[in-house]
Design a protein around this ligand. Structure first.
Ligand code: MG
Length: 366
């Protein structure tokens, strides 16, 4: 197939409630959308959010990278598999994983449409695939009372798994989780995300307090600074609750090091960290070999790029849990087609590609 045209545009979607973590507060999504057209007529869509606090990338840096480096390198390129496009992107752009992810997702979408199959079926042709996924819902970091109220509402709305944001003071965090557990009930699955907010000693102390209090935490995500691999090892070795690496693992190379050094029990794969589906699949193969389970996560993204994560999670058995609540946090869904987000349930249709067919954005062809 041959790449005929690359275009970019922006989409803005208000959130139901402000999204708050130990790192930031956001009240609306403003993301970059990529559209790719193949010479054979198929269109593919990709998306990237500016998550400067995690990836270092802004809307301007993502669009400049695509405009000045990726589009000139890819225009007119012929390819059989999306990985060939990714390798060429990697030769002209060392970092900016968000820009690469947006283009890689659009390429996968167009490729699967050209093949006439849903993306998840092409990503794992021998597997049966999952027709449905269950996502958690994020409970933003607030005072304990607000978080308890949000948790109660989430359970009422049909979410069985809650991802509770913590990371602002160990003792207060124990109180937050205690109140959330009481509000959510004994049947709710609680996973917590400290977003690098604790020191290694504080993490061990806080997690042990939660263990001793019987708060029944499924896993703890990124307890300490992303650069502190030794701190991740220190915590992983000293608590019973499984530790999930998020900000510490972007690339397959990071995953390799983490697995070798036992820096966590689990890996959170996000397309904006890996640079798209192609490197994410490599992490799945490594994790499978090491027997390390993966979570499919997302940044604050809308249904275009989250749906790409949905297809990957549906294709890969090693992806055992999903944090794909981006579309559930949006006050409206501007798109048509693609996976259906119905509360905690995500259903994957058998339509070709990622499935999204209306993207109301004014595009600029590059
Ligand atoms: Mg996280």
């Amino acid at each position: 197939m041959r790449m005929k045209e690359i275009a970019i545009g922006e989409i803005a979607i208000p959130l139901k409630t402000p999204f708050k973590t130990a790192l930031r507060t956001v009240d609306r999504m403003r993301d970059l959308i990529v559209r790719i057209r193949l010479e054979s007529g198929e269109t593919g869509y990709g998306e990237a959010p500016p998550t400067a606090v995690i990836t270092g990338e802004t809307l301007s840096s993502i669009s400049a990278a695509i405009r000045e480096y990726l589009a000139p390198a890819l225009r007119g390129m012929t390819f059989d598999r999306p990985g060939e496009v990714w390798e060429r992107m990697d030769r002209v752009l060392a970092k900016n994983t968000s820009a690469k992810a947006a283009v890689d997702i659009a390429v996968h979408d167009a490729w699967a449409r050209a093949m006439g199959k849903p993306l998840f079926r092409l990503l794992n042709p021998e597997g049966s695939g999952k027709a449905e996924l269950e996502t958690d819902l994020t409970i933003s970091l607030n005072d304990a009372e607000t978080m308890a109220r949000d948790a109660e509402k989430a359970v009422r709305d049909g979410f069985r798994i809650l991802k509770v944001k913590v990371g602002r003071g160990g003792n207060e965090d124990v109180e937050r989780v205690r109140r959330v557990r009481r509000a959510a009930g004994a049947d709710a699955v609680l996973r917590i995300d400290a977003n690098q907010g604790w020191s290694p000693e504080e993490a061990v102390r806080t997690i042990r307090m939660m263990e001793d209090a019987g708060l029944d935490i499924e896993l703890v995500e990124q307890p300490v600074s992303c650069h502190n691999f030794r701190g991740m090892q220190y915590v992983t070795a000293r608590v019973e609750t499984p530790i999930l690496a998020d900000e510490s693992v972007f690339s397959p190379e990071d995953a390799e090091r983490l697995i070798e050094e036992r820096g966590a029990d689990l890996i959170n794969i996000k397309l904006m960290k890996t640079g798209g589906i192609y490197p994410a699949v490599k992490i799945c193969r490594m994790a499978e070999k090491a027997g390390i389970g993966c979570m499919m996560g997302c940044m604050l993204e809308s249904a275009v790029s989250v749906s790409a994560g949905v297809h990957l999670a549906a294709a890969e058995p090693i992806i055992r849990c999903c944090d794909l609540d981006g579309p559930s946090l949006c006050a409206e869904n501007p798109y048509t087609g693609g996976p259906a987000y119905e509360g905690a349930r995500i259903r994957i249709p058998e339509t070709p590609g990622i499935g999204i067919d209306r993207v109301p954005v004014s595009f600029e062809t590059l």
